[in-house]
Design a protein around this ligand. Structure first.
Ligand code: C2E
Ligand code: MG
Ligand code: MG
Length: 257
């Protein structure tokens, strides 16, 4: 099945079967929609919508991930430019960068190229890298991050708390944001362990001058707890699911408190 998916993924790239969906990110203090995360989807002719959890690992093993991520980044930047031209006030579009690409020098060239091609303000592009991608080869990651920062893009650590982080190294990273993994958000505000962990992550991020962004918010109580802990940003089904660009609801600002 893996071989088949890899084969079909090649075709999908050529025949433009991939789609980008966008999930809203809200500022908790005002509840307003402030950014979006680009999430890839595969509209398979017979299987229907295939989730990235199914094909990203295969794309990574076959090397197709470079093309997938480059395509998503290009689409997301173009879309962001269109929104800006239409007068939509969004501060950022976030894209996921595979750990396979993160350590490679081409990433810098690719980001520079897409910014050049689309003319997007680099400050509006956020790159999400996972904690494990950064900690796998911290020296290379640090150098890469500094170069990317010179381009003016924003950097975020995705799925924070699920990998292994050296706090000493974390401190030195030129990162603007930590994204709390949804696994910790799920138990809020009732699970004592999740409460303790989330509090610590927020304190840690703030003490290092980073913003905190919680993902996987499915209930109002979770958003309210996070707001109470001074977490800046929230994302999850409670605010809105990932949808095609045209389906985003710009006016939505659900009442948290
Ligand atoms: P991620 O970057 O951590 O993205 C968040 C995932 O959580 C998304 O799953 C999103 O649909 C889902 N999610 C959002 N809100 C909620 C919620 O309230 N509850 C629950 N249970 N889930 C929620 P998705 O779109 O299936 O993507 C899964 C993962 O695939 C992403 O995790 C990311 O690591 C990877 N991925 C997605 N798009 C790309 C891409 O373009 N490139 C690369 N390299 N990876 C991607
Ligand atoms: Mg992400
Ligand atoms: Mg995540």
């Amino acid at each position: 099945q893996r071989v088949e998916i890899a084969f079909e993924l090649r075709r999908a790239l050529q025949q433009q079967e991939l789609r980008v969906h966008y999930q809203p990110v809200h500022e908790l203090a005002t509840s307003r929609l402030i950014g979006v995360e680009a999430l890839v989807r595969w509209e398979h002719p017979t299987r229907g919508l295939v989730s990235p959890a199914e094909f990203i690992p295969i794309a990574e093993r076959t090397g197709l991930i470079a093309q997938v991520d480059a395509w998503v980044m290009d689409q997301a930047c173009r879309q962001m430019c269109q929104w800006q031209q239409a007068g939509v006030a969004l501060s950022f579009v976030a894209v996921n960068v595979s750990s396979r690409l993160f350590a490679r020098r081409e990433l810098y060239d690719q980001v520079a190229q897409v910014l050049h091609d689309t003319g997007l303000d680099p400050g509006c592009l956020e790159l999400e890298v996972t904690e494990s991608a950064v900690m796998e080869d911290p020296e290379v990651a640090l150098e890469q991050m500094h170069r990317l920062r010179e381009l003016g893009v924003r950097l975020a650590i995705d799925d924070f708390g699920t990998g292994y982080s050296s706090l000493l190294r974390l401190k030195r990273l030129p990162v603007q944001k930590l994204k709390i993994d949804q696994g910790f958000v799920a138990g809020l505000p009732w699970d004592e362990d999740d409460v303790a962990i989330v509090r610590v992550i927020i304190a840690l991020a703030h003490s290092m001058g980073m913003q905190v962004h919680a993902e996987g918010i499915e209930q109002r109580e979770q958003a309210a707890f996070l707001l109470g802990q001074a977490c800046e940003l929230g994302q999850g089904y409670w605010f809105g699911r990932p949808v095609a660009a045209a389906q985003l609801d710009w006016g939505r600002a659900p009442v948290i408190a």
